[in-house]
Design a protein around this ligand. Sequence first.
Ligand SMILES: [Zn+2]
Length: 70
Amino acid sequence: MMQVRCQWCGWSYTLKSDAVEAAVAAAEATKATHHVENCPKCRRALKIQISEMKRRLPRKSGTAGAETSS
Ligand SMILES: [Zn+2]
């Protein structure tokens, strides 16, 4: 989970781990450095750094190496 604070209205809310994970995966697919999240309160776009989101992801157990599959 990740605590997000709206820079526009100051509202803070929690992003679920799977939402963070999905955002990171989508950003990696498009080589984006930011994820754009809409504030649930004021609906403005919030830019969240992907590197920041990655740090909030739960650590996967087992191998940490990036295996190329497909
Ligand atoms: Zn807001």
